[in-house]
Ligand binder design. Sequence first.
Ligand SMILES: [Zn+2]
Length: 667
Amino acid sequence: MPGGLPDPEKYHYSLKLKAGERKIFRKKKPMRCSKWAERYRVVTMSSRPGAWRNATTPYLSGVMDASFFPSVETIIVCAAPQTGKSEAVNNCIGYAVDRRPGSALYIYPDEQTARENSKDRIADMILTSPQLKGYLTGADDDISFYRLNLRHMQIYMGWARSAARLANKPIPYVVFDEVDKYPITAGKKEASPIALGEKRTRTYRGFRKIWKFASPTIETGPVWTALCTEAQVVFVYLVRCPECMALQYMAFDEKHFKIPEGERDPSVIEAQNLAWYVCDVCGAKWDDDLRDEAVQNGEWRVGSVKDGAVVYQGPEVRGQKSDGGGQVSGVRCQGMKLNDYLHAYRPKKIGFHIPSWISHFVGLSEVMARFLKGTRDKTALKDFKNSDEAVPWIHYEVLRQEDAILALRDDRPRGRVPGGGVVAGLVAGVDTQDDGFWYRIRAFGYGGPELVKESWGVREGFVTTFEALEQILWADQYMDEDGNVYVMRMVIQDALGHRTSDVYKFCLKNRGRIFPSIGRQKMAQPHTWSNLEHFPGGFWVVNVNANYYKDELSTILEISPADPGAWHALAEFPEAYARHMTSEFINDKGVWECASGKENHLWDCAVLCLVAHDVLGMRFWPKGGGGQRSGTGDPQKRGVRSAGIGGERWMERRENWLKRGKGEMRW
Ligand SMILES: [Zn+2]
């Protein structure tokens, strides 16, 4: 056996063994992991302390037993909290200690969690089980925070940031605990803790076991990604109705999860335990006890995951599509029993999905209450998606949003400004890339008493040169259907990250018309100004509180096109562009973030348009204030010099302010 582990068979004949060692190497009757847990495992940190009982969390038996199926090397468990998943994996390590020795490594999200689990869970598991306790050497330092020394193997504790600790010894058992809470790997030099941990198992191909488990967070989070792209098959748990004995997938929807008519108050529902589940076949009403019974008689079947959701179609559709195997052919194998699948396909990497409502520790009314809270606020919805459905929450939002963006299209062709005197002026936002510029020109309406920010897309796209950009911003004409030409009030160009000095030069050349901007995370104000004094005459850069404007933009995008303040799009606004507008989401820290692999350029341009609108104070411009149209196609009369309280007035205020001194310019 590689890695310096003793070969039990060989040692048995060549050494005189002490009593403890004999215990280790004695031939044991084969036993499944779940059976072993019930016989030897004692649980202390649980609402049900005492001997491990598979009946409490019946679905975990399949997870434990499949983990030790010979072909299986990676076990991915995407589960709601309070489903017992961590304890199931601990059982697997306990089983390994007793039945299949080899050193183990736990990797927790952080050091604190590693220390806590080391003491409260792992050491506790060894000490409370008479069977496992015998493997301690009796030395004082058997148990430390970072390592448990057993007679025949070590259990190491690591955490995501302890990369150095992950780098050396080969290890056959690695447990990645709560992978979605791992810190995002900083920089290219730092390999991901998951990659480092997996590397340790290399020499144990064919013997190793790797567990990855967590409650999911976002679609691109580690556990959901592993479930969708790494697992060859995803198993879902079916339950059996205690009344009609029909096997079924327990779905969260209006048809199955019920509450009394007229009662929508989450706290009342939870306090009075008002929710129930309806059997899909006979309509029997399950309370928590009947639900537990249904789960106890349930079993794992092949399902699949798609578009951020779990799919179970039942065995009847099997065979309709015959391409591929495993999850790729999820349809073909849908409904196959866990054991049948393992024997038929001998997969290496398997996934399990566990929603909260099959857990004995979670009441149906609790689930329902969290769902109802989620209908009122996004954070609560995220909580429900992650912690009950055990699915990522973003995807639904994005799908909905993309359709919603396309629904904002009106009948205007490209370049056409809406007529009827509703438009106060044009602004543009430019997102700078290494190979060119994304731009977006929008027409904003007048401010009304409600200070709404109604706007219309006029033109957007990508150009590769500064010259092409100048052509689009200053030379091309933007007219309404009556031939009125509208002026460009202000352009804001992103200067952070890409080609900053080129952008500065370009903005200096177009001084007063284009302002460079720097997006910032931590700002009290929506925007502030910085003067770069090393440029002759000073040079103003607008600092943008990106999060503030992104919040605002997402709110505006939800306004129906028929209502005041809506965000209108051109008739031919393409779907690809709509995807830019739905590429970002609010992460756990409350900060907007671009989903990996997605383009967000026009979204950024839209933010800059809002900034320009704000800088100009356009929401205060009264209708009929003049200057909305130049009334002529003569380019000489266009640009920010046009009359009115728009660009020119703003430039005046800015100049006056510049004369007064330094500091922050506010509007
Ligand atoms: Zn039934």
